[in-house]
Design a protein around this ligand. Structure first.
Ligand SMILES: [Zn+2]
Ligand SMILES: [Zn+2]
Length: 352
C-alpha cells in the first residue's frame, strides 16, 4: 500500500480537514493516477452531511470527489489502454461485476454490484472507497477514461459527473438538430445541459426563476430564456418541446413543464428533490408525453461524451480553488453562489 494526502470529513457535522489515507498497490489490471483536479459535486456535500442516510448512509471518515482528472503514474502488467504520462479521468464508478445484463449492455451505473468512487464497499482494502479529494487514486483500467489533450483540465473535471449526467439523457431521447429542448435550472448540471443541447444543434430554451441569469444563459448557448414564474411566458411555449432536461433538486411544479411538451415529448429529471413531486397524470395522457429519470452514464458513453467535448471544445465553467477553501466552497454551494462548478486544484494539497 502507499500513503496519500487527502481531505476527509470525520462526521456529518465536522468540517473537511487534511488527513492521510492508504491506497492499494497497483494490481495487474490497475492504473495509478496522480490527481490534478477534482470537481465538487452536490453529491459530495449530501454524502459528507449524511443527507442520503435512508438509502446510502455515509461511512466516516468520508473522502468525497468523483469528478477526477489526473495523470497516469504507474500501470499494472496486464493494462493495455494506458501508460504513464497519459491524461485520464475517473467519474462516479470505479468497478462493477462486469457480468450482469447491465454491465453487458454498457450500463455499469445500474449494476447491482457497482463500486462507486467513494462511500462504497472497497473490495481490495475493506472499509469504503475514498474519492478524489486526494493526491492519488488506484482504479481498474476498465473504469479509467481518456481526457482529450485540447481540454482545459480544471474545466474537464466536472464532465465526469455533471457532463455525463446531462449528455446521456439527451442522447437517449434523441436530441438532435431541429429539436426544441428545454433546460430547467442553470446550475452545475443546467449549464452543461445548455452547452450539449446547443452542440447537438437543438433550439435551446433555458427556464430559470432568476432574471439575472438571462445574459449568462444566452452566453452559454441558449437561444431563449423563459422566466418560469411568468405564467404568460410559459403559456407561449405550451405543447412545443421535444425534450426537457429538469436539473432542479428542490421542490417545484413538474406539471408546468409537462404541459410544455409536444406529442411524444419527454421530460427527464436528473436532480433529486427530497420529497415526492405530485404529477397530474392527465398531462401525460394527452399527447402521450413521458416523464423519466436518468443517472450518470456507462463507461463507454462517458468516453463518447469526453471525445465529443474534445471535438467541440466543451468544458464546464469553473471556479478553481485550493483544497484549503473546501468548506467555504460548500457553504457557497448551498447558496448557489458558484458559476458553475468548483474545481479543486490538487497541487494545493502538497502544502498540507
Ligand atoms: Zn456527482
Ligand atoms: Zn454488473
Amino acid at each position: 500500500m502507499s500513503k496519500a494526502k487527502a481531505y476527509s470529513a470525520a462526521s456529518a457535522t465536522a468540517p473537511l480537514a487534511a488527513t492521510t489515507i492508504q491506497r492499494r498497490e497497483t494490481t495487474e489490471r490497475d492504473v495509478q493516477i496522480e490527481i490534478l483536479f477534482c470537481g465538487i459535486c452536490h453529491s459530495d456535500l449530501h454524502t459528507v452531511r449524511n443527507e442520503w442516510s435512508s438509502f446510502m448512509p455515509t461511512t466516516y471518515p468520508c473522502i468525497p470527489g468523483h469528478e477526477i482528472v489526473g495523470r497516469v503514474t504507474r500501470v499494472g502488467s496486464a493494462v493495455t489502454g494506458f501508460k504513464p504520462g497519459d491524461l485520464v479521468g475517473v467519474g462516479c464508478l470505479v468497478d462493477s461485476d462486469h457480468t450482469c445484463s447491465q454491465c453487458r449492455d454498457g450500463l455499469e451505473q445500474f449494476c447491482h454490484n457497482a463500486t462507486f468512487t467513494y462511500n462504497s464497499p472497497d473490495k481490495h482494502l475493506g472499509g469504503v472507497t475514498y474519492g478524489g479529494y486526494s493526491e492519488s487514486i488506484v482504479v481498474d483500467e476498465s473504469f479509467v477514461l481518456r481526457i482529450p489533450a485540447n481540454l482545459d483540465l480544471a474545466g474537464a473535471a466536472p464532465l465526469l459527473c455533471a457532463g455525463i449526467t446531462t449528455y446521456s439523457p439527451m442522447r437517449h431521447w434523441g436530441v438532435t438538430a431541429g429539436k426544441k429542448v428545454g433546460v430547467v435550472g442553470l446550475g452545475g448540471l443546467g449549464h452543461m445541459g445548455v452547452k450539449f443541447a446547443r452542440a447537438f444543434g437543438a433550439h435551446v430554451v433555458v427556464f430559470t426563476t432568476s432574471p439575472s441569469k438571462k445574459d449568462d444563459a444566452l452566453r452559454l448557448g441558449a437561444h431563449e430564456v423563459v422566466i418560469s414564474t411568468n405564467v404568460d411566458e410559459m403559456e407561449q411555449h405550451a405543447g412545443t418541446f421535444d425534450f426537457i432536461l429538469d436539473t432542479i433538486a428542490a421542490e417545484h411544479d413538474l406539471n408546468a413543464y409537462i404541459n410544455l411538451l409536444a406529442r411524444d415529448g419527454n421530460i427527464t429529471l436528473v436532480g433529486a428533490p427530497e420529497q415526492p413531486l405530485p404529477v397530474a397524470v392527465f398531462g401525460l395522457l394527452f399527447g402521450r408525453r413521458s416523464l423519466s429519470g436518468s443517472l450518470i452514464g456507462g463507461i463507454a458513453e462517458t468516453q463518447e461524451m469526453l471525445d465529443f467535448c474534445g471535438q467541440h471544445g466543451i468544458t464546464a465553467d469553473v471556479e478553481v480553488i485550493p483544497i484549503q477553501r473546501i468548506n467555504d466552497a460548500y457553504a457557497r454551494m448551498l447558496k448557489s453562489d458558484v458559476k458553475y462548478r468548483f474545481s479543486i486544484d490538487m497541487a494545493s494539497l502538497k502544502a498540507e
